[in-house]
Design a protein around this ligand. Sequence first.
Ligand SMILES: [Fe+2]
Length: 269
Amino acid sequence: MPGEVQFLDFDKRDYGLRALALDTWEKLIFVHPSHAPAQSLREWLGEVDANIAGGPLTSLTPSARFQAEVAVNWKVFSDAFCEAYHVGMIHRRGIAGSFISPANPHCHLAGIRLYRHHSIVSLLGGNPNHKPTPTELFVGKFGGGSYAKGINPERHPSWNFDTVNVFPNFGIYIGADFADSYNFWPIAADRTVWDVVIYQTTARNWSEAAAKNYFRVFVRDTLREDVNTTEATQQNLKAGIITRMPLSQQEVVLRHRYNVVERWLEGDR
Ligand SMILES: [Fe+2]
């Protein structure tokens, strides 16, 4: 510290690193920007903890991570990860073939659970008419999952994964043998840093390793389809010409999240 004597009544010990509250949940680390939060992490997670704790996350480890800075508001961005109504259009060339079936042509959700701040939705897969590509056949042979404790509360036979939305800016998709988490970090009203982590079980042999590698790339490419439309959505909102947008019952989580945001702005937390 140059010229330290020029600072009167100064003690370096008063200006060290600030202690922040830190806690872990299902092997994830959460940091709170205060020393003593009013609530514990588990109290904040509430029903999410009750539904998810002890499930597949405990057996998964991070296998890939990527970041992107996207010209979109953090709420508009995270909207795209709270519903499956978009799957038939946005993912038409990718996952739509396996997610959408004659029995579920619009990718309706298997279950929706809304809590005070958070939400969980269950997605279906397993279109019986889907013709897998040779690579998908290979992956299906070695990378198949199974049903797991703590998720899929509806016990739907075609259950695919649960999407857990933790207010305000964290989400995690949890399947039987994979997960991918999303942090949406606002850096401006119309810019967000997106931090994605994929978690998988450890491959037991080379075949499983190849299947898991394929899955990582498959997830990345699917997410790039999601990102593709968000900046255009932001530009349209900024133009201010369209002032209302109806949301279907399949997008009830979006309505719920905006309700929570409005409640917070009014001081009701
Ligand atoms: Fe999507």
